[in-house]
Design a protein around this ligand. Structure first.
Ligand SMILES: [Zn+2]
Length: 322
């Protein structure tokens, strides 16, 4: 795994990324701007290229400011909003990420699908550096991260058995394969707290669990996306073999950076193809109904302040708080 900064503009923090899009197209965003698909760029992926009519705007949220101003424009004929997960210049640790704000900002813009792009370490011989993985499961080894929008008088339990949107994941995998990069469909990602990489014992433990890759940022992003009824899928790009491999070099910032440039070029192209493929299509998955039967607390018992803070998530179910 990885995480370290590197030369020039390329940082090595690893493991993260995501994207998405939305289907509520008509929702007015800041300055009237809207987007359909959100992209959260991870290590090395600090800007999105090829957007036409791009504008960069601040999107304040009830959960603070996103990691970076959002860049909004048209990509492959569809409205896309991009946020650099670690901020401009890669300044935000995985443990410090304002994931609530990132996802809330995307939802404000009308996004319904979110693609996360992340650098990851491999836990399997057959998953080599510069390969891509679109994981279908997660083991959460983070500690103490606030991984829900709820609380403060409102209890909700979303289903998370399948943490990634199957429809978006499939589109993302196809888009990655089309770039000629070996792409592994499915696999379990272990998400660790970081920022240090694993010990050898931990790395071997995760291998014994059958995990495929290791990263630091998909949790809480994927959980918060589900709570916000956003589709979320991860394009995970392998930079190293973590520390379990008997002959390959241990992960380090330097090792990560060596593979980062190629990975990011591939990620940018794959995201463009995924947007072209899935943009404008109605969602056929269940992500958009995640809250329909998940809220336990009766509406009349939820403090008004909490309802107001969560209005963007709840208004479709409860109406606008007075
Ligand atoms: Zn979905």
């Amino acid at each position: 795994m990885t995480t370290a900064p590197a030369e020039g503009m390329i940082d090595a923090g690893r493991r993260d990324g995501a994207a998405g899009s939305g289907e509520r197209g008509a929702v007015a965003g800041i300055s009237g701007l809207t987007a359909e698909i959100g992209v959260i760029g991870g290590s090395g992926f600090y800007q999105i290229e090829g957007l036409t009519g791009a504008r960069t705007i601040e999107v304040p949220t009830p959960f603070g400011h996103p990691s970076s101003p959002l860049t909004i424009g048209t990509l492959a004929g569809h409205r896309v909003a991009f946020v650099a997960r670690h901020g401009a210049g890669h300044r935000i640790l995985p443990s410090e990420l304002p994931s609530h704000a990132n996802l809330h900002a995307l939802k404000q813009l009308g996004v319904s699908r979110v693609i996360g792009v992340s650098a990851v370490g491999s836990l399997r011989e057959g998953i080599a550096p510069q390969h891509a993985v679109v994981p279908d499961q997660v083991i959460d080894r983070t500690r103490g991260r606030q991984s829900t929008f709820f609380g403060d008088g409102l209890v909700a339990h979303i289903g998370f058995a399948d943490p990634f949107c199957p429809e978006l994941s499939s589109a993302l995998a196809r888009a990655s394969e089309a770039g000629g990069v070996t792409t592994h469909r499915g696999g379990t990602m272990v998400v660790i707290e970081g920022p240090a990489f694993s010990t050898r014992a931990e790395s071997q433990l995760y291998r014994s669990w059958g995990a495929a890759v290791i990263g630091m940022t998909v949790i809480p992003e994927a959980k918060l996306a589900r709570e916000a009824e956003l589709c979320y899928a991860s394009l995970s790009l392998v930079t190293d073999y973590d520390v379990w491999h008997p002959t390959e070099a241990d992960v380090s910032a330097d090792v990560v950076v060596q593979n980062l440039r190629a990975n990011v070029a591939h990620a940018r192209a794959a995201v463009g193809r995924a947007v072209a493929a899935i943009g404008g299509r109605a969602r056929g998955c269940a992500c958009g109904e995640a809250l329909a039967s998940s809220v336990i607390t009766p509406r009349e018992l939820v403090p008004l302040e909490t309802r107001r803070r969560l209005a963007l998530l709840l208004e479709r179910h409860w109406g606008t708080p007075s």
